[in-house]
Design a protein. Sequence first.
Length: 79
Amino acid sequence: MSKFRREEDEADKWLREHDPYYTSSDRDKRKKMSNPYETPEQEKRRRETEIPLSNLNSYQRVQFKQVGGSYTERGEFDL
């Protein structure tokens, strides 16, 4: 997985010109919308901070199961 920012496409360019949400520099602006979308910079930051489920050890999987889902005996994740 690349940590580089994705290239802006035509939709991003249109949003930059017409949507104040897109160009806003407010922190936590995702919490201000019911259906937020991510700018390329937000996507990059999320990828850098999130840990993939496949990188969790057994103890962390047990902790995660208590919070967000469960793993089967074969190691398959089920919500």
